[in-house]
Design a protein. Structure first.
Length: 261
């Protein structure tokens, strides 16, 4: 009999890669707790343009071949493995907000096509635009993996409202994944915490990864959400050599920082 691992409302049969998860919808939050701002199954174009929760207004799907949604953890998911392949979702459509820049949580399933120590650099996801001039838009957080020049660590980069860059790293000795592993990735942020308190946290499969480098602490200034700023799943830009390289599924964003249950 295969062991079962529980992650919140998620039960996984541990049989390696493949869509074997049995998933129930997350329970409603208690009064005063976090609200689900965005939920897309990534089952296809309709799931992006009309997400179960949140706004798909102005969303963009960029893949080759077009609409490259393939068998994933639950149903279908986004396949992105080249420059520019991604899904973009507006931070806000002017009425509905898909993300709160001052505090929040993003969670998704990710299956990398690479081992964590393969010496190459990859883009994974972000909460705002990556600028063509290099660097991120104010308020944005960017997640990816370093190449050999930065020892294959994970990078988590945040730009505050003044454009100050905070680069966090996870050492290659502090995490591990293999090509074909399904990973439950959760990123939380709260830029209203007290002075000295770490305000960004990264979790994989329910375990927090230790951040080093320029660790952001205490309150930080962030701008308002904008209609011309986009969250991205996959490629952070349309040029360069930093590709996404994996499958994505079941993207959820909450309006509060929520550590795993």
């Amino acid at each position: 009999m295969r062991p079962t691992i529980l992650f919140g409302s998620l039960a996984l049969a541990c049989s390696g890669a493949g869509p074997t998860a049995s998933i129930n919808p997350p329970p409603p939050p208690p009064p005063g707790a976090a609200a689900l701002a965005l939920y897309t199954t990534l089952d296809g174009p309709n799931a992006v343009m009309s997400p179960q929760t949140g706004s798909g207004s102005g969303a963009v799907i960029s893949t080759t071949p077009a609409n490259d949604f393939v068998a994933a953890r639950v149903g279908l998911g986004l396949h992105a493995d080249a420059i520019g392949e991604r899904v973009l979702l507006r931070q806000t459509d002017g009425q509905k907000q898909n993300v709160e820049l001052d505090r929040g949580t993003i969670e998704f399933w990710y299956r990398p096509n690479y081992n964590h120590n393969d010496n190459l650099k990859y883009s994974i996801a972000g909460t705002g635009n990556w600028l063509s001039t290099g660097g991120g838009a104010p308020g944005a957080i960017h997640l990816g993996k370093h190449n050999s020049s930065n020892n294959n660590g994970i990078f988590l980069i945040f730009y505050d409202a003044n454009g100050v860059r905070w680069e966090h790293d996870v050492a290659v000795t502090d995490y591990s994944w293999r090509a074909g592993d399904w990973l439950l990735v959760r990123l939380t942020w709260d830029f209203g915490v007290a002075a000295g308190v770490q305000n960004l946290h990264l979790y994989v499969n329910g375990s927090e990864l230790r951040l080093s480098g320029q660790v952001s602490r205490g309150p930080q200034p962030v701008p308002a959400e904008r209609q011309d700023q986009f969250m991205y799943i996959g490629s952070r830009d349309l040029a360069g050599s930093i590709i996404p390289n994996g499958l994505y599924d079941e993207v959820r964003v909450w309006d509060r920082a929520i550590p795993p249950s």
